[in-house]
Ligand binder design. Structure first.
Ligand SMILES: [Zn+2]
Length: 264
């Protein structure tokens, strides 16, 4: 059984502060340790649940956050930056499922730890075919293009709600209850370590009920920028990418991966 694991950082157990998330900041090394230990637990849980091949992708910021020498030896890890159309290097249709670990709610979500969509410094909102969408939905669709279903999403309570609303039949595991953007009732990481393996085992057992996430027809993605100069810096051809107003660009396409490459 082949499993692809996409790992963000905001939804990892014990993480609530920006200083835990950014290179060079005071709590960043602690954030990396919490992240790496949770990743190792996820790999252990997957192996115990029958996974035979695991790729783990670090998708937070630079893509270089794991403590490399402490990673579990029985998985392959992708670290570092990629081109915009290669969010999940190494993925193909032979994978049985994907896990979204340490994710967060979309930009603008009430009482959600580090709510954002790709970058708080660039985007304030995205809508797909008229409905608000965040990274859970977008990554679900990108994985769906390879025929790979999302089996489990972990993060704060708003992350879990968004995943269930967006993806439908998906398992979720809550690492903390968000109180605000930088506060939460947290589960101690040691408790999460004990519980997350059960969540993985159940998600893999029930995987036959999960189908790849897709949407019918063509796509129209409306992107709202934080400032006009950010929108100015994007190329708009007037047909596939249209400048709607000072802060908004609307992208159209039938190939979701290619369309997202124009956005990110
Ligand atoms: Zn992140």
């Amino acid at each position: 059984m082949k499993i692809y694991v996409c790992v963000d950082m905001e939804g990892i157990a014990g993480i609530v502060m920006p200083s835990q998330l950014r290179q060079g900041e005071y709590h960043y090394q602690e954030g990396r340790r919490l992240l790496t230990e949770e990743v190792n637990t996820v790999v252990e849980g997957l192996l115990e649940a029958g996974a035979t091949e695991i790729i783990v992708r670090d998708i937070h910021a630079t893509g270089f956050n794991f403590l490399i020498d402490q990673l579990h030896p029985e998985a392959t890890y992708f670290v570092g930056a990629t081109k915009a159309d290669q969010r999940f290097p190494g993925i193909d249709s032979s994978f049985d499922g994907a896990l979204l670990i340490g994710y967060h709610a979309m930009a603008g979500t009430l009482r959600a730890v580090r709510d954002h969509t790709y970058s708080s410094r660039s985007y304030t909102a995205m809508e797909l075919n008229g409905t608000p969408i965040g990274e859970i939905g977008i990554d679900g669709l990108l994985l769906g293009e390879y025929g790979v279903p999302v089996l489990l999403v972990t993060g704060d309570d708003k992350t879990c709600m968004e995943a269930e609303q967006e993806l439908g039949n998906v398992a979720t595991y809550c690492t903390k209850t968000a109180w605000g953007r930088h506060s939460a009732l947290i589960k101690p990481p040691r408790k999460v370590k004990a519980e997350i393996k059960d969540a993985i085992r159940m998600a893999l057992q029930n995987r036959t009920g999960c189908t790849p996430y897709t949407k019918q027809g063509s796509y129209e993605l409306t992107v709202r920028y934080l400032s006009t100069d950010l929108a100015d810096s994007r190329y708009c051809d007037g047909t596939e990418s249209v400048r709607v107003d000072g802060l908004t660009i609307r992208h159209k396409g039938t190939d979701f991966t290619r369309m997202m490459a124009r956005v990110l």
